[in-house]
Design a binder for this molecule. Structure first.
Ligand code: FES
Ligand SMILES: [Fe+2]
Length: 347
């Protein structure tokens, strides 16, 4: 199963790096396709991370710091993706000026939502704002409230990406899969919202845990502070969640092949208007605790998703399972996915 390329969102968060001069910020993968993100004196550009000379990846995956230069023979590219620095150029005989244009890198589209940067391969058929629909405002509030990145973890799960995604969209499994972790928050409210193909879940959490966190949020004057746990899904494979706006976790779910998924989670502390060393430390500690908590929860999710994959392989394809009202967001995702994969022109 493939996700159509126009939905290949890749969130990247780099507020401190954007003021820097010309350099590569990061290379990575979106839907298993290599992409490179660059900052040319404040102007962001993204390209397929494949050199036009003899098709090496220009850079290895990871953070970057340097010119947009290929690691193999040193071709250097400019803001337009044109190879302006060709090593030992006189040895390229009969190199016509128009050849430089033909050898330009494949540009990817970039869009931003607050501090989050998204890339798309090719022209998407709608803007990021249109794609988010009514979820735009809340995504913007959250994306603007993101502070320092406290942790990033990439986990390989032996399950189809939709199994992993659907698991993040329901809390029905919490009691059985997370009895010692997530279940302790007692986040049970069924408050769902739908915006185009996206959905969210808000839940109040146990007062003995939540009340203190809500008070702290007020003291810190957080710009975005929901009264509990809030989880936003952005179709097809991104989630952003927060507890009282004190810390945030951003997840991307990336299909590697039909039965393997890369699950990446990044935890951020909240950005606050009047930072002091004491407040920053408080937030950093909370975000680190959230990060440890998430690691346990996601390990538990990984195990059950792999069990679902093993079971699904033997299920009768003519049978369709059953969904409860606690799993409404799973149904909404399945409908959105079916609509997305329908050949254009069909009803
Ligand atoms: S393959 Fe990139 S410079 Fe040769
Ligand atoms: Fe879970």
């Amino acid at each position: 199963m493939k996700v159509k390329p126009e939905f290949a969102h890749w969130p990247y968060f780099a507020p401190d790096e954007l003021a820097a001069v010309e350099r590569v910020l990061r290379s990575g993968k979106v839907n298993n396709q290599p992409v490179i993100l660059c900052n040319f004196e404040g102007e962001l550009r993204a390209f397929l991370n494949v050199c036009s000379h003899r098709f090496s990846r220009i850079r290895r995956d990871g953070p970057g710091n340097g010119p947009l230069q290929c690691q193999y023979h040193g071709w250097t590219y400019n803001i337009e993706g044109l190879p302006t620095g060709i090593t030992n150029f006189p040895y390229f005989e009969d190199f016509k000026p128009e050849r430089r244009c033909e050898l330009s890198l494949e540009p990817w589209k970039i869009e931003t939502c607050g501090k989050l940067i998204f890339v798309h391969r090719g022209q998407p058929n709608q803007s990021l704002r249109e794609h988010l629909g009514e979820a735009w405002e809340v995504m913007l509030s959250m994306a603007e409230a993101l502070g320092e990145n406290v942790s990033s973890t990439r986990m390989i799960i032996k399950a189809n990406w939709k199994v992993v995604l659907e698991n993040t969209l329901e809390s029905y499994h919490v009691r059985f899969v997370h009895p010692e972790t997530f279940a302790r928050l007692e986040a049970k409210t069924q408050e769902f919202r739908y915006a185009s193909s996206n959905s969210s879940w808000y839940a109040a959490i146990k007062p003995s845990i939540g009340d203190g966190l809500a008070k702290l949020g007020k003291v810190l004057k957080l710009s975005y502070a929901p009264a509990g746990y809030f989880h936003q899904f952005v179709f097809p494979a991104l989630t952003l969640a927060t507890t009282y706006g004190l810390s945030f976790s951003l997840q991307t779910i990336e299909p590697l092949d039909v039965g393997t998924t890369a699950f990446t989670t990044r935890v951020y502390m909240a950005d606050i208007p009047e930072p002091s060393a004491v407040k920053q430390n408080q937030l950093r500690n909370l975000a680190s605790m959230a990060s440890d908590f998430n690691s346990q929860v996601f390990e538990e999710d990984k195990t059950i998703c792999e069990e679902v994959q093993l079971g699904s392989a033997h299920a009768n394809p003519m049978r369709s399972g059953e969904l409860s009202s606690e799993e409404q967001r799973v149904l909404a995702f399945q409908q959105a996915y079916a609509a997305h994969m329908r050949p254009s022109g069909s009803a």
